[in-house]
Write a protein that binds this ligand. Sequence first.
Ligand code: TYC
Length: 102
Amino acid sequence: HEHDSGRGLALETAKPEVARPPLFQVLLLNDDFTPMDFVVEVLRSFFNLDQEQAVQVMLHVHTRGRGVCGVFTREVAETKVTHVNEYSRSHQHPLLCTMEKL
Ligand code: TYC
């Protein structure tokens, strides 16, 4: 039978919370052999960076050892890592791409 919930008419409607998926940084690691132009091309073609952004990220990786290419959900990050590493290997470059949970 009837019982007032106590929330009142104006408060009955809850905001539909949408779960935020975990995010992952995709990183490039520096090495002594991969040509700078190749790294820039990877950043442009796999991470949709423009020439200026790609050169900035490449130089950051070159000087600091590692750098962020982008932030993605797990499946997208995993796919980027696999594609970049396969592409680098297919061109005989040791360039390494990895991911880390934020
Ligand atoms: N260190 C490389 C060179 O001097 C360039 C490079 C930059 C390599 C970024 C990898 O993720 C990398 N040719």
